[in-house]
Design a binder for this molecule. Structure first.
Ligand SMILES: [Zn+2]
Length: 245
């Protein structure tokens, strides 16, 4: 997908929300990641039942830090509990969530049921929630409509990184020179399990450069200041819980 190009996630809701990404590098990174993951093909044309179930999964993560159980999903989505396993499979086929062998939800963008390096504390939530990658962590607060604290580590040295988001902006970033790498993956497969390792935080440009030199010196991707990585995350995740009109 080209910068500025979007599709209808649900009637009246454009995905991604390009006006949230004024930065040119952010627009290029978002465009590349939308294209590589085949998101237009996989994410468009959700039916109302799939959409209701998907949003119930996301709201469960926001409320408790974990995916909701089937009884909660049935109540929240209005679907008969008997059809939920098959509906979850169809969301899995769209790469909107990840299931384990027993059919339990292990991830739903931007959230992970399993620990990751990126922990997000949403204002008002009783438990923190794990995010799949740096961009997901930065977009989670805006998606939930809440301020957030993102706690992560430098992928090169392990130094702690703390970012406070407020509305669609940043209230604080520590260390101040922290950056995000948005690696682009050309292989097929599930973006949650392979692509997210390519989108970490670094404490500095020097550590991003050292990491890239070891991992994949020519691997394509974009260096994004934290504020720009947040723009990319907002454009991708705010539409997911946006209601038409
Ligand atoms: Zn570092």
């Amino acid at each position: 997908m080209q910068p500025g190009e979007s599709f209808a996630l649900r009637p009246g809701v454009a995905m991604p929300d390009w006006p949230l990404v004024p930065d040119p590098a952010g627009r290029a990174a978002l465009s590349a990641s939308m294209a590589v993951a085949g998101r237009r093909q996989r994410w468009s044309g959700l039916d109302a039942a799939e959409d209701a179930l998907w949003q119930a999964v996301l709201q469960g993560f926001i409320a408790t830090g974990q995916p909701p159980g089937q009884a909660t999903l049935a109540t929240a989505s209005g679907l008969d509990a008997a059809v939920i396993p098959a509906r979850l499979q169809s969301l899995r086929d769209r790469d909107l969530l990840v299931l384990d062998a027993a059919g339990r939800i292990t991830a739903a963008y931007p959230f992970s049921a399993l620990p990751t390096p990126h922990r997000v504390r949403l204002e008002g939530a009783t438990q923190p929630v794990y995010a799949l990658c740096a961009i997901d962590a930065l977009g989670a607060g805006g998606m939930a409509g809440r301020d957030s604290m993102v706690e992560s580590t430098c992928a090169e040295c392990g130094a702690r990184i703390h970012i406070a988001t407020r509305g669609h902006g940043l209230a604080a970033t520590s260390p101040r020179d922290a950056v995000v790498w948005s690696g682009i993956r050309y292989a097929g497969g599930c973006a949650a399990t392979s692509g997210c390792a390519l989108k970490p935080f670094f404490c500095s440009d020097a550590h991003l450069d050292a990491w890239r030199a070891r991992q994949d010196p020519d691997g394509p991707g974009y260096r994004l200041p934290v504020a720009v990585a947040q723009q990319v995350g907002l454009a991708l995740f705010v539409p997911m819980l946006r209601q038409p009109g």
